[in-house]
Design a protein around this ligand. Structure first.
Ligand SMILES: NC(=O)c1ccc[n+]([C@@H]2O[C@H](COP(=O)([O-])OP(=O)(O)OC[C@H]3O[C@@H](n4cnc5c(N)ncnc54)[C@H](O)[C@@H]3O)[C@@H](O)[C@H]2O)c1
Length: 346
């Protein structure tokens, strides 16, 4: 059995990543695409051999055979389109961030519940083979109790006149909301810990737009560990490392380049094999990391297959809205801490 899909918004992520992933999914079939730009919709329809292309949501939602929609329009469109899809009884895979604010995201979750449709959120990096393996290592206790973590995602995103993502009113936020959200999600998901307090900075230091091009936040997790997230739009791609780091009482996991739109990167695991006595000399030998070995897959295929299976088997989606709403609350609280200058002046 295959779930029949419609795609709303045929831009960057849909055309470059998610639809190609959907084409490889065993239990999914692309039926229709929609974009406010009719030419984009037509082009994507041809490219992926869909049956229909539309320039408005109503026409796509009127197609009876469509059972699920993937919403990958700009963030300011999400709420209205998700409401319309839920009312048309279509299950929804909604891109992150779910909506402009936590309140809007909650309203979307509520309407989906009321209409009896499933809702999942596009935090596809959870499906990265390395991230799954890292989660397993931590669950098995191999690096002990987590005491510190760091997630980093950066790119170069200069001023583009009229760009929705660079306008906070249309995107809900800049580097932190757009990219930091993946880092926070991965830190929580992989470690199994939840953030309980957050503070930090977000601002625009390099470009002219009003969304943050720089952000750095610190979270206190429910076990007392501290976690750092830095997300920037103003670091050249060639200078990026996109690190993900977990430090525990018995070892660490250090990843580079796994926080990414494509499966890849490199992961080192360092496990302490000494007696954990204090080494007063701190005369450290070069540690020998264990390389994690995984078989890479396609995160988008896994994302679409997972949600299609949840629909086919009537089970809970792997990435439920509640978790994405809690995540957005962390980002909003960090913005508010930054705006309120809840720091000590020096
Ligand atoms: N999961 C990820 O890692 C990831 C990566 C990139 C983007 N995203 C998310 O996907 C969404 C889209 O981002 P993008 O980078 O593809 O943006 P984009 O600007 O590249 O593409 C957006 C597309 O939506 C179209 N559009 C504009 N208004 C529309 C409307 N009212 N209805 C339908 N389509 C409309 C545009 O013509 C464009 O083709 C955002 O929520 C973004 O945060 C997620």
């Amino acid at each position: 059995m295959k779930i029949k899909w419609g795609v709303i918004g045929c831009g960057g992520i849909a055309d470059r990543r998610t639809i190609p992933g959907m084409m490889l999914a065993e239990n999914a079939e692309l039926v229709a695409v929609m974009d406010a730009n009719k030419e984009a919709a037509e082009r994507v329809k041809e490219k992926y051999n869909a049956k229909y292309a539309f320039d408005n949501v109503e026409d796509l939602l009127a197609i009876d055979e469509i059972q699920a929609v993937y919403i990958a329009s700009p963030v300011f469109c999400h709420k209205e389109q998700a409401f319309a899809a839920a009312k048309a009884k279509k299950h929804i895979l909604l891109e992150k961030p779910m909506a402009l604010t936590c309140e809007e995201s909650q309203e979307i979750a509520d309407v989906c519940k009321k209409e009896g449709v499933k809702l999942a959120v596009g935090l596809m990096m959870r499906f990265h083979s390395y991230h799954q393996e890292m989660k397993k290592i931590i669950e098995e206790g191999k690096i002990g109790d987590i005491v510190s973590m760091r997630g980093q995602l950066t790119c170069w995103y200069p001023d583009i006149p009229g760009n929705w993502r660079q306008n906070k009113a249309l995107s809900g936020g800049g580097a932190l909301m757009d990219m930091g959200i993946h880092c926070i999600d991965l830190l929580q998901y992989i470690s199994g810990l939840q953030a309980k307090e957050v503070t930090g900075f977000a601002g625009t230091q390099t470009f002219q737009y009003n969304a943050d091009d720089s952000s750095a936040i610190v979270m206190k997790m429910d076990n007392g560990a501290f976690a750092f997230v830095d997300a920037n739009f103003n670091i050249p791609d060639a200078a990026a490392r996109c690190r993900l780091e977990f430090y525990g009482t018995k070892g660490s996991i250090l990843a580079e380049g796994t926080v990414s739109q494509v499966e890849g990167g490199n992961v080192d695991v360092l496990i302490s094999d000494d007696s954990l006595g204090y080494d007063a000399s701190q005369d450290r030998n070069e540690p020998v990391p264990m390389k994690l070995d995984v078989t890479f897959g396609n995160m988008y295929t896994k994302e679409v297959e997972s949600f299609s299976n949840a629909i086919l088997n009537d089970t809970a989606p792997a990435i439920p809205a509640e978790e994405a709403i809690a995540l957005q609350k962390i980002v909003e609280s960090a913005y508010s801490a930054s705006d309120d200058k809840q720091t000590k002046q020096l």
